[in-house]
Design a protein. Structure first.
Length: 305
């Protein structure tokens, strides 16, 4: 998406820098974390969501600041190489957003800050040092898993029940980030094939029913409805991610690889919703899934990659 001198430093340029549509993939992390520990979303969960949003956007601004020389060659239309946003402004925004994210986590309690601090460190380490190393995808996956754990820690102070959902979300992120490393040059079909396989494994895991007896509080028909919702969300997740991954595997050109990355990012929302449903929080799952239309609508105006 090309910019012009007319929007120098304006809302459009900042929306591109911060990948505004991708913001809708963030709240579901904290919501899934709270659901995993059996907590209803409350004030602390909202603070965790705010912290996650700030740290995520800090990573977006820092990413473009760190990549400004490379983007000048490969993506000269991006806000920094095009001159619409100054590098110092992007770096200042990254620092301010990181500070705000840690402050919001502290407001939700010490356990949340204990998770938010390594999350922020991982974001900065990824953008400044790890992105182009073999450890890059693992660092990004760790950041996403920590973001889910942040929601769990903010809700109850404990994270153990949220470790498995965090691992599943991290697995999706690992596969997606591996594909994204080829989005400007294309290349091998292997990353897209691996991401396609990961999507299938995750979808199968999400639809597998846990062996729990029906109780007076949760009768069999209620379990059936919850399983139906979880299965539907898992199917949406698989459909959103699998098709663009398959196209990129068949033709690993930059345009199709970029579409695969966009599909993987959009698939994060139904994945988060399915994780909440799997934890027995259908309302949270539906609230998370409701973010998807807005993400898709904004993605038609501002690129998510």
């Amino acid at each position: 998406m090309s910019g012009s001198a007319g929007d120098r430093g304006g809302p459009r340029a900042w929306a591109e820098l911060l990948r505004l549509p991708a913001l809708f993939t963030v709240p579901g992390d904290a919501l899934a974390g709270a659901a995993a520990v059996g907590a209803r979303p409350g004030r602390r969960t909202l603070l965790a969501v705010g912290s996650s949003l700030c740290l995520y956007e800090a990573g977006m601004a820092l990413n473009d600041w760190a990549d400004r020389a490379e983007d000048a060659l490969e993506r000269p239309h991006r806000p920094l190489p095009s001159g619409r946003i100054r590098p110092t402004a992007a770096l200042t925004a990254a620092c301010a957003l990181t500070t705000a994210g840690l402050a919001l986590a502290a407001r939700s309690g010490r356990p949340a800050l204990t998770v938010a601090a390594p999350l922020a460190a991982t974001v900065w380490a990824y953008d400044l040092a790890l992105k182009r190393t073999p450890a890059g995808p693992a660092a990004m996956a760790a950041a996403r898993g920590l973001d889910l754990l942040l929601g769990a820690a903010a809700a109850t102070g404990g994270i153990r029940p949220a470790l498995r959902p965090a691992a599943l979300l991290a697995g999706h992120t690992l596969a997606l980030t591996t594909v994204s490393r080829h989005e400007t040059r294309g290349g091998s079909p292997v990353p897209a094939l691996a991401a396609l396989g990961t999507t299938g494994v995750l979808a199968r895991t999400l639809t597998r029913r846990r062996a729990r007896p029906a109780t007076a509080a949760r009768p069999a028909h209620s379990r059936t409805a919850a399983d139906t919702l979880r299965g539907a969300l898992a199917a949406v997740y698989a459909a959103t991610a699998a098709r663009p991954y398959l196209h990129a595997a068949l033709n690993p050109s930059p345009p199709l690889t970029q579409r695969a990355v966009g599909g993987g990012i959009r698939a994060t929302i139904p994945l988060q919703a399915a994780l909440s449903a799997r934890s027995g929080a259908p309302v949270t799952a539906l609230l998370t899934a409701a973010l998807a239309p807005s993400a898709a609508r904004f993605a038609r105006k501002v690129s998510v990659t």
